[in-house]
Design a protein around this ligand. Structure first.
Ligand SMILES: Cc1cc2nc3c(=O)[nH]c(=O)nc-3n(C[C@H](O)[C@H](O)[C@H](O)COP(=O)(O)OP(=O)(O)OC[C@H]3O[C@@H](n4cnc5c(N)ncnc54)[C@H](O)[C@@H]3O)c2cc1C
Length: 390
């Protein structure tokens, strides 16, 4: 049995170069990622070798400047690459999105000296990154984070615990938000911490419902010493940097969600046209035909929404509201579509013999990460009606 159904996506891409890029990505996906995806996910294997291959192929720095080793690709193209990777295996698609998120602070707010020193290795030199905002007691209310950064001469000492860190324990660098000043958002600064820093210890990875190949772990910082040349942006600018990274990161999550949903739709269509009951293919029954039609419509609507937001970003226009909408819509759509795909396959859908149950478990996490979908609704409502009055 094939690991997944044939792909049915027709893409609009802006240049010949971007078409070639998508062809390269599909080739890597079919050769290197799909054949091992379900088995490695079940075993909880982190595919570091796949990330090394993606880096060698220039796919870990796509939306960043070529001056620093990036791929110079617009978000419109980068996100469609993410979609293809996530359709094959969310651990890989989301991993690339998180790596991009971790690079955002330095690429957008670093000094030219910092960028020259670190970005080439981060964008194309084989390094893998992680983004450290959440803490055990500070999730949605991220501005209340408690990890401390205290001045010690020309250095900073970072102490505290970060939680839920994708690539925690396996990353080569961590973009860390820590409190260098007083309470609230204005007391937070951003730091670039090497993965092998003294005093930095990762806990055992969380045991998760899905994305088992992607390590998610707490990180304990016990007086981790960082030079001031690794502080990114101004003191107190960290929370603004973190939110700016999340605006772009949410588009990545939206694209990953569409990828997972598309894979589930393809699997459902393939199964429904092959499986016979009552002497006919089950795809003959209107109850299923309408379900498939609704699934396909959600997938197309999600893709259109994230691409519209991406094109605003590429044009240098504000896109924060549209990114929240894309994250909200695409991840809710992925949950619905993957759940429906399991239904289309009946009992077989509930088994690990087909990947649709994996897609359903993968979709769930996308409604939670990078701001839960309740938080996305808060962001959208603030754009519409202003901040809450209390
Ligand atoms: C697999 C995985 C990977 C992750 N990777 C990373 C990572 O790499 N880096 C990182 O920093 N974090 C990461 N996270 C953390 C993720 O961003 C948080 O889990 C998320 O922001 C929610 O925080 P929380 O889990 O503390 O939930 P809480 O904030 O405690 O929320 C619990 C519930 O309350 C709801 N809620 C909270 N406040 C409100 C409100 N004002 N209005 C309405 N509802 C509300 C939430 O929507 C949620 O349903 C990851 C999480 C997971 C599960």
């Amino acid at each position: 049995m094939s690991d997944r159904a044939p792909r049915t996506v027709e893409r609009q891409l802006p240049t010949e170069e971007s078409k070639d890029l998508l062809t390269l990505v599909r080739d890597i996906v079919e050769r290197e990622i799909v054949p091992r995806a379900s088995e490695e996910e079940e075993a909880g294997h982190f595919p570091r070798e796949t990330f090394s291959l993606l880096s060698e192929s220039g796919l870990l720095g796509l939306p960043y400047d070529s001056e620093h080793g990036g791929g110079d690709q617009p978000y419109e193209v980068y996100l469609q690459v993410l979609e293809e990777l996530a359709a094959a295996r969310l651990t890989v698609g989301l991993g690339v999105s998180v790596h991009s998120l971790a690079c955002h602070a330095l690429a957008s707010y670093g000094t030219p000296g910092q960028q020259a020193a670190h970005l080439p290795a981060m964008l194309g030199g084989g390094l893998l990154g992680a983004y450290c905002l959440s803490e055990p007691a500070s999730g949605s209310d991220a501005a209340s984070l408690g990890t401390k950064a205290v001045r010690d001469g020309d250095d900073w000492l970072i102490t505290g615990t970060k939680a839920w860190i994708t690539h925690g324990g396996v990353a080569d660098f961590y973009t860390v938000l820590a409190r260098s000043g007083g309470a609230g958002a204005g007391g937070i600064s951003a730091f670039l911490v090497p993965g092998d820093a003294d005093g930095l210890v990762a806990a055992a990875p969380e045991k998760k419902m899905g994305m088992k190949g992607s390590p998610t772990a707490q990180l304990h910082f016990d007086g981790v010493r960082i030079g001031d040349d690794r502080r990114i942006g101004d003191e107190g600018q960290g929370f603004a940097i973190a939110l700016s990274a999340l605006d772009s990161g949410r588009l990545g999550i939206a694209a990953c969600a569409v990828g997972v949903a598309q894979a589930a739709l393809d699997g459902a269509v393939e199964y429904a046209t092959g499986r016979r009951q009552f002497g006919r293919p089950i795809a003959d029954f209107q109850g299923l035909r309408f379900m498939l039609a609704d699934m396909a419509t959600r997938v197309e609507a999600g893709r259109a929404l994230y691409l519209a937001a991406a094109r605003l970003r590429d044009a240098g226009l504000p896109f924060s509201r549209q990114a929240a909408m894309a994250k909200l819509f695409c991840t809710d759509a992925a949950m619905q579509v993957t759940t429906d795909a399991v239904q289309v396959l009946g009992g077989y859908g509930y088994t690990a013999d087909f990947p649709v149950e994996r897609y359903m478990r993968e979709a769930k996490v996308l409604q939670i990460v990078e701001g839960t979908n309740q938080i996305q609704r808060m962001v959208i409502a603030r754009h519409l009606a202003g901040p809450e009055t209390r």
